[in-house]
Design a protein around this ligand. Sequence first.
Ligand code: AMP
Ligand code: MG
Length: 345
Amino acid sequence: MKKFIENRRTKVIKIDPDNIDWKHLQEAGQAIREGELVAFPTETVYGLGADALNKEAVLKIFMAKKRPFLDPLIVHVGNMAEANCLVDVFPADAKKLGELFWPGPLTMVLKKSKIIPDIVTSKLDTVAIRIPNHKVALALIQEAQRPIAAPSANIFSYTSPTRAQHVLSDLKDRVDIVLDSGETKIGVESTVLDVTVKPFKILRLGGATWESLREVIPDIIIGSDHAIIKKSPGMLKKHYSPKAKLILVEDKGEEMVKRIQMLAQLYKSEGKQVGILSCQGNSEKYSGFLVKILGEAEDLESCARHLYSHLRALDNEKCDIIISENFSDRGLGRAIMDRLRKASG
Ligand code: AMP
Ligand code: MG
């Protein structure tokens, strides 16, 4: 299997979501049916897809990513009816969320049907499902005529890919086809919501905000670390990390700026290459250092969209240390802060 993973040649196919070349999508769909790996864009990050009903194909995902088997995969489907086929029970409130949030960055954990191989769910009796909101992802699912198991298309525990180039830098010649549709829109992963418990529990913050979910089901809670590690193995370890050491500075306002300036100066004096992740408004305060601007502090969509690509860019600039500002802990900011905290270990 190791040889098989490493000896393949990756074919990159550019796909314009607004003018899909169906010949190429048919080829990619057939590859999925034949048990191959296809990386594809979603609205959150790029996924590494395989036929969710074929355990040998799913095994290749784990091998290619070097992902531990205890970390279960999300299964992507094209519509509610397909989701229904994969689950044992679909609670009414969960259906309501599906109707309002799908296609979109919400993954729901449901009691699984027997047709899903154990390898997909790490032997749990639940399965994580979502309908992605991306024309190319939906076209691939349609052409494959299969549910597609797909984690993020990066080497396990690294920063997730928001461009095809990121997929190639991690997985070139470990995946058969990469569908390249440019940068992903949201830039952080989906929100994972356990709907097998009452109240429903968020296991991972992501593209669908807690606030927007609570507008529909007011008693949704965010799982405690303890609850998450029990329900969602693989979730709490160091994750989403760049190669450089990441330091997240959690002070506020001018205190934060001063601390970042001090730390940057200190590491620079030790001969380290320092990169800084900053919001637009503060960027000039870090002159003399390599600064990547995520966006206006209030524009959390922009900050989320640029987070992973800027972390990767700073790695490419051979930074030893990345120092990051902190962002608002509300809305999409919660997902950004979750990723920064995990990436800083
Ligand atoms: P990724 O595919 O890398 O975005 O990660 C998906 C995450 O969803 C995993 O790390 C799991 O923790 C979580 N997940 C997937 N399936 C389940 C499940 N059946 N129960 C709980 N969490 C899950
Ligand atoms: Mg991932």
